[in-house]
Design a protein around this ligand. Sequence first.
Ligand code: PLP
Length: 355
Amino acid sequence: MGVLKRYRDLLPIDDKTPDVNLEEGSTPLIEFKRIGAELGIKLFGKFEGCNPSGSFKDRGMVLAVAKALEEGKKALICASTGNTSASAAAYAAHMGVPCFVLLPAGKVAMGKLAQALMYGATVIAVNGNFDKALELARAASQGENSILAMVNSVNKYRLIGQRTGAWEICETLGNAPDWHAIPVGNAGNISAYWAGYNEYLKLNKINKLPRMMGFQAEGAAPLVTNQPCPNPETVATAIRIGNPVSAHLARAAVQESQGEFNSVTDDEILAAQKILAARGGVFAEPASCAPLAGLIKLKNQNKLPSGITVTMVLTGNGLKDSNTALASLEADNKAKPIEIGDTQEELMAVLNSKL
Ligand SMILES: Cc1ncc(COP(=O)(O)O)c(C=O)c1O
């Protein structure tokens, strides 16, 4: 069941709201026992890569698109580091409305670009970074009579829809986790999760709140350094953002929850991506692995309390950016299959060398 149906009573929708549904949400909360044991914690990952367009964006997009159509908008526009465009394009295709996506030229993972193009969006590559693309898209959609709905996370319905991730975690665990670890780019998702946990506390569905632990890439860490970052750079292109739109909300979430922002290097992100895949069985995109990289770092600094329950949001599917994964395996000489002839002996030689 999609999130509009599952959370009908908690979302701002009624009988006038068009029924938009790609069966998003209800993603698995996976316990990583091997990795958790190494870190001395109970570690869970909410695998948002299982959403229909392969990222958490679908939770908010479904609501934003439903409300845009309810308000009479005729087309969607967004700026994106990739996943928002894939999600917007998917819902636009499903509902039969045009979609325009602005991407930073040359800085979007191939899988995400392929998605937006396949779903039939008009894809515009901006020769500037994400922040510039956002400015252009915003200006294009301004004006009361605009038929364009801006579906970036500045659209309030996106963040409301994204609260559903927190609600699902609480329902699966029976309470909030001790720590909620999440990658931070434009800072919408951390703000949405915090609002979601608070709403569930008010409704007495949980009896505690988690510490919100936000992780940024070192080359794009304005919330860690407390300064805008004019030229963000990181292998985790989804969080390559220098001036987060929801910075104020994210700061409040971290402050109110006694959480923290921390940064991790690209090498730490790529190492965590391999650990998550090879010891956890989940292939998530680089940005999604910033929290695990951060937890490992905190463990090494003796700052990770043992025995706590931690949820990480694995925000996007690793298949979206297989080029980055293969390049990082290349460095370990592990990017290619072992090639053999067609004999049983050759196969047995390989099996025996590995067992
Ligand atoms: C895979 C992935 N992880 C994390 C983020 C960061 O989310 P937010 O911009 O809401 O902080 C994004 C945003 O594009 C993303 O695509």
